[in-house]
Design a protein around this ligand. Structure first.
Ligand SMILES: NC(=O)c1ccc[n+]([C@@H]2O[C@H](COP(=O)([O-])OP(=O)(O)OC[C@H]3O[C@@H](n4cnc5c(N)ncnc54)[C@H](O)[C@@H]3O)[C@@H](O)[C@H]2O)c1
Length: 307
């Protein structure tokens, strides 16, 4: 989608981090913003600042885990602005206890992660794509998955499994739209570490999905490591810039770093060579990502390597 000015963007998870940065980036490109999030207070603050700065923006409190609420979001967006050109399925959560083994996660963690990280995307597509196709105009859909959806290993299986599925769903969306010659582009944003509040995701866990013995508590040492890793990570504004460029370029795969390339390659090569993989730990990969900040990332700067 080449022309953004005057067009309409719906962004979920817009109260914080990457979603808020995307709302600002697309507003600065002249788009009207429909900002959605479960965090009503944070959402109202982002929206008020956008409007104060002269942008057109509305906020719609939406839980993306609910098909009905996402459907209501679509109705509000079309009622307010008459069209939707860009859908950013961005809301996401990481249940605490990410260093647990796969069998140790309580069912509530699986349910919550899949509800938001996978069903959030599915609900967005089911409510918006038919409307966008009916309208017949140009459009674009961006899924915020994660590099966790491209690599494998022990780290946070509840999060990574949902992100792997979100990757697959988004690739299917891309293929289905191409088969139909639909004028709708697709981008799959797979960030490495980004300095947002994702590490505090427990703030938005629904009461009904609170495990009986409470959410997992990471050791003080792991908390300190995670805090320092996120503090040194890429900014959400840098990610929003890459997302905006991907929409303009109609680029499917959008990686924000090349620190995970070896891990992606190792997984794919092991599959193709029919051998057992050598998975690096999540901590080692994260440290490498943040440690490599400051040196130019070919993935982040060159469309050809990222495509
Ligand atoms: N920060 C990272 O390191 C990183 C890396 C890769 C991918 N991501 C992905 O980026 C996306 C944005 O996360 P972020 O890093 O900006 O974190 P963030 O916590 O700053 O923002 C996430 C937003 O999603 C909202 N949200 C949570 N549950 C919701 C629900 N059920 N319905 C609607 N909104 C909900 C939160 O209220 C919050 O405003 C997520 O999909 C995340 O998985 C983040």
């Amino acid at each position: 989608m080449q022309d953004l000015a005057g067009r309409v963007a719906v962004i979920t998870g817009a109260a914080s981090g990457i979603g808020a940065a995307m709302a600002w980036r697309f507003a600065r490109a002249g788009m009207k913003i429909v900002a959605a999030d479960v965090d009503e207070t944070g959402l109202a603050a982002v929206c008020a600042e956008l409007v104060d700065a002269g942008h057109a923006a509305i906020s719609v409190r939406t839980n993306v885990a609910s098909a009905d609420e996402v459907e209501a979001l679509a109705e509000r967006a079309y009622a307010a602005f008459g069209a939707v050109h860009l859908l950013c399925n961005n809301a996401g959560v990481v249940p605490s206890g990410r260093y647990r083994a796969v069998w140790e996660f309580p069912l509530e963690d699986w349910r919550w992660s899949l509800d938001v990280n996978l069903y959030g995307v599915i609900h967005g597509l089911r409510s918006f794509i038919p409307r966008m196709l009916d309208a017949g105009h140009e459009g674009h859909v961006l899924t915020t998955a994660s590099v966790a959806g491209l690599i494998s290993g022990s780290g946070s299986a509840v999060y990574s499994a949902a992100k792997h599925a979100a990757v697959r769903v988004t690739e299917a969306l891309y293929a289905s739209l191409r088969e139909r010659n639909a004028p709708i582009g697709v981008s799959l944003l797979c960030p490495g570490l980004v300095n947002t509040r994702i590490y505090e995701s427990e703030r938005s866990r629904p009461e009904a999905l609170r495990p009986a013995d409470g959410p997992a508590r990471e050791t003080a040492e792991l908390q300190a490591i995670a805090a320092s890793l996120y503090a040194g990570a890429m900014s959400p504004e840098e990610v929003a810039e890459l997302a905006c460029q991907a929409v303009l370029d109609e680029r499917l795969y959008v990686l924000t770093t090349d620190s995970f390339d070896d891990a992606i390659r190792e997984r794919m090569t092991a599959i193709l060579e029919r051998r057992n993989p050598a998975f690096a730990t999540l901590l080692a990969l994260s440290r490498r990502d943040v440690g490599e900040r400051g040196r130019p990332s070919t993935a982040a700067t060159s469309p050809t390597t990222a495509a």
